[in-house]
Design a protein around this ligand. Structure first.
Ligand code: ZN
Length: 274
């Protein structure tokens, strides 16, 4: 069942794509005993991270935030289409998909294993910087992960080619405005979504390990393309979110990913809303 979180005049539904197996090996800037004390996990450092997606209706449109992982990566992932259907949402009824970035756990679920659109009637909205980085030609000098993701994003976006909208600051679609928060990826975007006098932030991968990086926002992860820039974006966004008391929807914050950020001294804490 989908979890529901109401902010202003918007009812946000949380739909899980499943659990991604990850590892504390990817944590940068914190010792293993400290990260394990905060996040738990197995003795070898492995742990499962939720992959949360969000959906709301507005003006007859059905807006989804991110598209999950698809079926190719791990057996515990790729559950989003089934979970949507179980919640009464036909994937074909989704009209708008707002993407925080184009990494595999957010964009590979746009297509099925044959490369066909899972959301055949959806337009895609992605920051121009993010789109242009991943859709650039693969260079021989690219790191392997960049090569892989560039190749894969061609497949992810192919059936949507005529329906991809490149967004920039100042643009808006159905009350969703991009706030560039780069570092994890070049055009990683937090979406600020108006909700009748209030707003909330769908923050994508501003935080991967919620138990670690909200209280210790200076901690980065090895798969941030630019860890220093990701750290600066996280600090800037957390300060803004806590200051404005904005609700958040976090892709990898403890499921279903709804809550608030409160200041704790010089740091922050997560208060789940559901
Ligand atoms: Zn992610």
């Amino acid at each position: 069942m989908a979890h529901v979180f109401r902010v202003g005049d918007v009812e946000i539904r949380g739909f899980s794509d499943g659990l991604a197996k990850t590892s504390l090996d990817y944590v940068m800037g914190m010792s293993r005993p400290d990260s394990a004390a905060l996040a738990g996990g197995a003795p070898d450092g492995s742990l499962f991270m939720p992959v949360n997606n969000f959906l709301f209706e507005r003006d007859g449109a059905i807006v989804m935030i991110d598209a999950g992982t698809g079926t190719a990566s791990q057996p515990t992932l790729g559950k989003l289409p089934d979970n949507l259907r179980a919640g009464g949402v036909d994937p074909a009824s989704v009209t708008h998909i707002v993407l925080t970035h184009l990494h595999s756990d957010h964009a590979n679920g746009l297509v099925d294993e044959a490369g066909a659109a899972i959301y055949p009637n959806a337009e895609l909205f992605v920051h121009a910087d993010e789109h242009d980085f991943w859709m650039a030609p693969v260079e021989e000098s690219d790191p392997a992960a960049v090569k892989r993701a560039r190749a894969r994003n061609r497949i992810n976006l192919a059936p949507y080619r005529e329906r991809v909208r490149r967004m920039r600051e100042g643009d808006e679609i159905l009350g969703c405005a991009p706030v560039l928060a780069p570092g994890h990826s070049p055009g990683h975007t937090c979406w600020r979504i108006a909700a009748g006098g209030e707003s909330f932030i769908a923050w994508g991968d501003l935080v991967h390990f919620g138990e670690i990086q909200i209280s210790h926002p200076d901690v980065a992860v090895t798969y941030d393309l630019d860890p220093d820039l990701a750290r600066a974006s996280r600090l800037r966004m957390l300060d803004m979110i806590a200051g404005e008391k904005l609700a958040i929807c976090g892709a990898h914050v403890s499921a279903p990913g709804f809550g608030y950020i409160v200041r704790k001294g010089r740091s922050y804490a997560f208060e789940p809303a559901v």
